[in-house]
Every structure is written in structure tokens, then in C-alpha cells.
Design a protein. Structure first.
Length: 522
């Protein structure tokens, strides 16, 4: 028996027969055949470390930068029968310890460059810590009676598609991160939906610059590529100058996926570049067949500016750790700025009011999702799992959207982006989009600050362009020309930066605290 019962491994087996290159990083260029062999060695090393024939759903947490070693560790865990728990390479020790403790990880894997972070955590918990480089080098050896070394080739466990595969933790923008458990079958459904929507093929070559503890990097950019027989070129971290140069060089790239913050940084670099560099970057972009933006709302101004310099209308999509991709603008056809398109293949989406009834086009409603790609459960949180689903099996996303002629526009997270002020419900994302039109404002975040009279007051934290100033009176005068009076911020704070997570999403609870603990411009 082999681990070919895992859908992604089975796909890789077929690609290996065709001799395709699977991964490129700073050290290796690895074919599908080499990846399968290396991940098999990793699986055997993990089984040996645990002294079992099957990890049988044990959680294995791994701290490895994006690259071939990451994929070897992930696939090795799967092929040994374990559940992979990727850790964020940018997290400090307390956050790593939280994920390890919450998941109940019984094995840890660390890259040499990050081992020092995990060693104290492993020692305190008496959990074995394995070096990622030892996984790839592992070989079972048996010394026979003739004194000759013979490789022991015990079968890897049979891993059914219904077994747990991946435990990803939510971004924690509105509370403590929760572990989202997906099976191999669920992961396969999510991958197939993305591959179909974006027409992935073995001819594709993606430049991967995203973190790999988050669904965007794991599913859309890495797993979809390997499912399709494509080549995935991984950078260990995002470096604007390096990415700019790689796109300008082109050399076979067909896809690029990023968060809005990355596109904004590349745009800033383009503005500082010479005419020759700008031309090379623009030409490189035009050789790509698709550029995707996600994980945070894409500002309309950024969408339009990027189209001018690259020729690409960024494909914005909407998804969550709990179900993969749910909504997306079309691969072929018009992509509306500020909108996230229509449901992905195999995904059902509906909008409901507070009573659970469907809302008509033009009215805001809570987004609910159903389909084979929806997660199994929150790890060790049965109450949270039960609360996340309706009686008829729809997942409650916690996000609010509006549908216009079948096309969806996200209004924001109900808990932080839907503000209740003076009896009105307003979208913080709508207000932010309007404020970004102010010539002095580079970026902004709008939050609701508790107020006994209004319920919440609309508050704006803004970053200004160099040399600019802005008063609350000036902001309100600008806002009243574009927004209903109750949507115009009554609180303003000019800041040097906004707090963001590893995916570039603004941490709005932190922004709200600025207004409750700091001097305010009123």
C-alpha cells in the first residue's frame, strides 16, 4: 500500500512520469519525481521518530521557510498519516507556543535557521524536535547477515482522503486564532475549484512570495500549482526589489498572486525606478497570463493604477481559511474594481438577513457558504463549530456583502467593519474607499469607537503622503462631499503606520484601542 490514496500525492505521481519540474527555490530545482522520493524519506523519518507505523492523525507542527524543504516536510507529514500544522516564520515564541499547545502537536520540525525559536518550546513540553534537513536525508537501513546495508522498505500507511490533512490557524483579527481542520478530500475540493476557475495547467509557472502558514499561499499558489503539474518558484520571503527584478526578467512566468500591500510596495518601487526599469517591469507583467489579489480588500485606486502600469486588471477574490475560495472575479471578462465577482466552481453562496431569510439584490446580507470544500471543524472547539453553521448546513462567514446583478461586493467583517452609529449600519470599507480619494491620504483604517450617545462613533486612522497635513475639519469637509453625514468620521488620528498581520490585513482591534487610550483630534 502506498500514500497515493492522498489526492495531491496521486496527482504528483502522474506528473512525475512526465519528468516535470515541480519546485524551484534559492538552493534547489526539484522534479516531481525527486519531490516524491524526498517526501517519502521524510515520512519514514517521522515514523521512526514517533516509533509507529502510522501517525494516525497526530499533529506535526513545522517551522520552515517557503521552499522545497517546506513542501518535503508537509508532504512527509501527510504520507506518514499525520496532520500538518504550518507555523508562521514571523511569529514570536509565545504565538508559536500557542499554536503548538492548541494543536496538541506531538512532533516538531524546524529549519536550521529557525531551530533556536523552537528548541525552548520543545524542551519545556518534552516534544521531539526534528531538523528539516534530516528529513530529506533520512534512509531506513538494515544491516543483513552478509554485512551489506539494505534499505528497509516498509510500506507507508494507507491514508484515506477523509483523514485530517491540514490544521491552519485563522488570522486572529477579531479574537484568538482558531485551528481550522480540513481533510485531504476537502483540500482536494478546494484545489480543484481554484484550478478550474483559473485554468491552471502544466504549462504554468508561478512566482510564489506569500507566507505558507496561510491559505492564500498554501492553497492558491502552492497546492494548485502542484496539482496541475506546474512549476512553483518560491522566494523565502517577500523582497520588493527582488520580486520587481524577477518579474522584469520574465523568463517563463505565467502567474503571480499577492496581497494588496505587496502590490502597493511594488507600485512604490516602480515610481522610483528609471524609465528603462519601468518598461522592463511593465513588459514582464504583460507576459503573465494572470495576476491575483486577495486576503484583504483591494483599494480601487490601486486596482486602477496597477492596470495603467502593468496592463493587468488584478483579479480580486474572496475566501477564508474555513472554505478556501468562495467568490472571484472572472478569468475571462470584465473585472469590476471594488467587487469580488461570483461563486467559484462547486461553491454555493447566499446572503441572508439577521432572521436567516435571503435578501434581494441591492440589499446587504450576511455571507453564507456551502460546498465540498468547507472545513471539517474547529480544532477542539465543538461549540464554536456548532455556532458557525446554520441548521441547514450553511457556514456563517461573519462577513457582509451586497449583490448587484449577481456580482458580489464585500462590505466587511460584521464584527469590525459593519459600524452601528446613530441607528444606521455603515460599511467601514466603503468609508475607507472614499477617504483614500483625499490627495493627502496614503492609507487609512476606519473603526467604530463605543459611544453612549451614538452607539459607535466613526473613527479614522490615516497615513499621509510625505509632507502632507490633515485636520479633522478638513477630513469632514471632504467626506461630506462623498458620504452621507452619518458615515463621515468624527474622530481622526494621524499615524505613522497601521498594525497588520503577516498577510497585510489591518488588525482593527488594535486600531480601535488607539482611540480609546490616546489623545484624539476631535
Amino acid at each position: 500500500m502506498t500514500s497515493d490514496t492522498i489526492p495531491l500525492i496521486a496527482r504528483a505521481r502522474a506528473h512525475a512520469q512526465e519528468g516535470r519540474v515541480a519546485l524551484i527555490d534559492d538552493e534547489w530545482s526539484m522534479s516531481y519525481e525527486q519531490l516524491l522520493a524526498a517526501s517519502e524519506r521524510a515520512a519514514r523519518a517521522l515514523l521512526a521518530a514517533a516509533a509507529v507505523a502510522d501517525l494516525d492523525g497526530a499533529r506535526v507542527a513545522f517551522l520552515v521557510p517557503p521552499g522545497c524543504a517546506y513542501v518535503i516536510a508537509q508532504w512527509g507529514i501527510w504520507r506518514a498519516g499525520g496532520i500538518a500544522v504550518p507555523l508562521c516564520v514571523a511569529h514570536p515564541a509565545p504565538e508559536l507556543a500557542y499554536t503548538i499547545d492548541d494543536s496538541g502537536a506531538s512532533l516538531l520540525i524546524a529549519h536550521a535557521s529557525l531551530r533556536a525559536l523552537l528548541e525552548p518550546i520543545a524542551r519545556e513540553r518534552s516534544v521531539p524536535l526534528i531538523a528539516s534537513e534530516d528529513l530529506e536525508r533520512h534512509a531506513d537501513v538494515d544491516h543483513g547477515a552478509d554485512g551489506v546495508e539494505h534499505r528497509a522498505r516498509a510500506a507507508l500507511p494507507a491514508v484515506a482522503p477523509e483523514r485530517g490533512a491540514l490544521l491552519l490557524y485563522t488570522s486572529g483579527t477579531t479574537g484568538k486564532p482558531k485551528g481550522v481542520l480540513s481533510s485531504h478530500a476537502i483540500l482536494a475540493a478546494q484545489i480543484e475549484s481554484v484550478v478550474q476557475a483559473w485554468e491552471w495547467s502544466e504549462r504554468d509557472h508561478i512566482l510564489h512570495v506569500l507566507p505558507l502558514h496561510h491559505l492564500h499561499g498554501v492553497l492558491n499558489a502552492l497546492s494548485a500549482a502542484l496539482w496541475s503539474g506546474a512549476c512553483c518558484e518560491l522566494f523565502p520571503r517577500f523582497d520588493a526589489e527582488r520580486v520587481f527584478a524577477r518579474i522584469a526578467a520574465a523568463r517563463g512566468l505565467t502567474l503571480f498572486m499577492a496581497v494588496p500591500t505587496i502590490y502597493a510596495r511594488l507600485l512604490a518601487l516602480w515610481e522610483q525606478a528609471s524609465e528603462e526599469q519601468r518598461a522592463a517591469f511593465g513588459a514582464g507583467c504583460r507576459q503573465l497570463r494572470l495576476m491575483v489579489s486577495g486576503s484583504a480588500a483591494l483599494p480601487v485606486a490601486l486596482f486602477e493604477r496597477w492596470r495603467e502600469l502593468s496592463g493587468h486588471s488584478l483579479l480580486e477574490r474572496y475566501g477564508m481559511t474555513e472554505f478556501g475560495m468562495g467568490l472571484g472575479n472572472p478569468l475571462h471578462g470584465e473585472r469590476l474594481p471594488g467587487h469580488v465577482g461570483v461563486p467559484f466552481p462547486g461553491v454555493e453562496v447566499r446572503l441572508c438577513d439577521d432572521g436567516g431569510d435571503a435578501v434581494p439584490d441591492g440589499s446587504p446580507g450576511k455571507i453564507q457558504v456551502r460546498g465540498p470544500g468547507v472545513f471539517a471543524r474547529y480544532w477542539q472547539k465543538p461549540e464554536a463549530t456548532a455556532a458557525a453553521f446554520t441548521a441547514d448546513g450553511w457556514f456563517e462567514t461573519g462577513d457582509v456583502a451586497q449583490r448587484e446583478r449577481g456580482v458580489y461586493r464585500i462590505l466587511g467583517r460584521e464584527s469590525v467593519d459593519i459600524l452601528k452609529t446613530g441607528g444606521y449600519k455603515v460599511s467601514a470599507l466603503e468609508i475607507e474607499e472614499a477617504l483614500r480619494e483625499h490627495p493627502a491620504i496614503r492609507e487609512c483604517a476606519v473603526v467604530g469607537v463605543p459611544d453612549p450617545e451614538w452607539g459607535q462613533r466613526v473613527a479614522a486612522a490615516v497615513l499621509l503622503h510625505a509632507g502632507q497635513t490633515l485636520t479633522l475639519e478638513q477630513l469632514r469637509a471632504f467626506g461630506k462631499e462623498r458620504l452621507a453625514p452619518y458615515k463621515v468620521p468624527s474622530l481622526l488620528r494621524v499615524v505613522a503606520d497601521l498594525p497588520r498581520n503577516a498577510m497585510g490585513k489591518v488588525q482593527k482591534p488594535d486600531v480601535t484601542r488607539w482611540f480609546t487610550t490616546s489623545d484624539l483630534a476631535r
